[in-house]
Design a protein around this ligand. Structure first.
Ligand SMILES: [Zn+2]
Length: 257
């Protein structure tokens, strides 16, 4: 029987703005031609262990867990050190990292893209998690502090542009939480696979969804003019395009695009 490393990962209770870190580490990995692993920051580890480097047996998935007691200014240096440290080898699909497992990684472009979008939106960059096992894409919001998004969950998808689209969509939800929480989430209803046709259509008509889809359309326009937005219902598309025009105007006024 294979031995599985048992370390429980507990995310810290404070949110960390990873914008600068993601930008630096993404650029660093691209310049150095290193495959960029997943970084999970703000995690509770024993005090004297700054990081743990995990690698699956098939060497496809590599994650570096960074202790929540590392100061933000030191994250990058520890991350670089951790990348050349000896890795714990774990089962391919299992154990502690199951929730985070993906096998596409290189995370460099995902991190750089997230950092750029967060700059556009003037939001702190949450933890970005790409996972094969995520049941849904999502944006987790810290209801206690009331103004921070904790992480963005993205299903591993092919092609990679599909993930950029989702990334832009979910980060826009983070923006909504930060700047217009009441407006967008007062009567928000979560997506439910088992709900009726009408309820599903109604989900896409919610202002938060129209706005998030519209923003992702605007963002994709900057990297691929012809990238199609595929949603399963036709009805909300007119609203999404209308809102996208408004957002494009705002981004132009801000000098972003
Ligand atoms: Zn959404």
């Amino acid at each position: 029987m294979k031995k599985t490393t048992q370390i429980k990962l507990v995310f810290g209770d404070t949110t960390v703005n990873l914008r600068q870190f993601y930008k630096k580490i993404g650029n660093y990995c691209i310049e150095e031609k290193i495959k960029c692993p997943n970084f999970l920051a703000g995690v509770s580890l024993p005090e004297d262990i700054p990081y743990v480097n995990f690698l699956t047996e098939d060497e496809k998935y590599n994650a570096i867990v960074l202790n929540k007691n590392i100061k933000r200014a030191d994250l990058f240096d520890y991350a670089v050190e951790a990348m050349s440290s000896e890795a714990y080898v774990i089962d391919n699909n299992g154990g502690i990292l199951e929730a985070f497992y993906n096998d596409f990684t290189d995370m460099a472009e995902i991190y750089r893209t997230a950092s750029t979008i967060c700059e556009w939106l003037r939001i702190p960059c949450p933890q970005i998690i790409v996972s094969k096992n995520a049941p849904l894409n999502g944006c987790a919001y810290n209801t206690e502090s009331g103004d921070e998004t904790i992480w963005i969950n993205i299903r591993q998808n092919d092609p990679i542009k599909e993930m950029y689209l989702t990334l832009a969509h979910e980060l826009r939800h983070a923006w909504q939480h930060k700047y217009n929480n009441e407006k967008y989430f007062k009567n928000y209803k979560m997506y439910d696979e088992n709900s009726s046709y009408d309820e599903k259509v109604a989900y896409y008509f919610q202002p938060a969804e129209i706005d998030a889809f519209a923003f992702s359309v605007c963002f994709m326009g900057t990297i691929d003019d012809n990238y199609p937005l595929v949603i399963p219902f036709n009805e909300p598309v007119i609203q999404i395009n209308k809102r996208a025009d408004e957002i494009l105007n705002e981004l132009e006024i801000l000098g972003i695009i």
